[in-house]
Design a protein around this ligand. Structure first.
Ligand code: AMP
Length: 217
């Protein structure tokens, strides 16, 4: 199995697509956002720093992300492929990621860019709900992705919550950050021939079909 990286603006559906890849290929999904959200709950100096940074929509310090990515990729379950999502977020992180991969003897694999129009993202961001138990993602603004019972996960019955950074104000900062910092990363992966662009304005099923076609090659 190949390694897969997702690059996408906030609320583009990369979490949902990652879940579908995990279900089909049984490889781990490594989301720096998820790991940082866990750290943000810790009652420590770093926990407080991460919590405040996530709330503001800014990026946490690069050094923190390097450590957590390398430690996670070293684990046995990554040996047969993994999905990395949310990292790298700027060109410095992309260069560091190349070094980490080299050190661990991994290839970059496929870099999948999911493009979505900003207006669609705004609608998705305010409707996104996540299961606090199994992390399944729903959207109350979209009939196809809404839970069957209000605020309850269809899969495990867990409670759904709204991420504290899923509001329009924080979205604006995160979106600007994406445009400004992520564009050079896209260029970097285009140059090394690893980039594949997918139209994320389409349905979940059609986007996954396209992604599946790429990764199963
Ligand atoms: P996400 O779940 O990917 O939307 O990430 C949520 C938040 O976590 C971001 O807005 C950042 O504050 C932080 N974050 C996630 N990944 C990174 C990263 N690679 N570098 C810096 N901050 C990150």
């Amino acid at each position: 199995m190949k390694n897969i990286m997702f690059i996408a603006p906030p609320a583009a559906g990369k979490g949902t697509q990652a879940e579908l890849v995990v279900k089909k290929y049984h490889i781990p999904h490594i989301s720096t956002g998820d790991i940082l959200r866990e750290i943000s709950k810790e009652d420590s100096e770093i926990g407080k720093y991460v919590y405040e940074t996530l709330q503001s929509g800014q990026l946490v310090k690069d050094d923190i992300t390097y450590q957590l990515v390398e430690n996670r990729l070293k684990k046995e379950d990554c040996k047969n492929g993994f999905i990395i999502d949310g990292f790298p977020r700027n060109i410095e992180q992309a260069y560091e990621y190349d070094k980490i991969l080299n050190k661990l003897g991994y290839n970059i694999g496929n870099v999948i860019l999911i493009n979505v129009d900003k207006k669609i993202l705004e609608k998705r961001i305010t409707g996104r709900r996540t299961c606090e138990n199994c992390n399944t993602i729903y959207n109350i603004n979209d009939e196809d992705k809404a839970p069957k019972v209000d605020s309850i996960c269809d899969i495990c019955g867990g409670k759904l919550y709204q991420r504290s950074d899923d509001n329009l104000e924080s979205f604006e900062t995160r979106y600007e950050m994406y445009i400004e910092k992520t564009a050079p990363i896209i260029e970097h992966y285009k140059n090394v021939g690893a980039l594949i662009e997918v139209n994320g304005n389409d349905s979940v099923e059609n986007i996954f079909a396209k992604i599946d076609e790429v990764i199963s090659k």
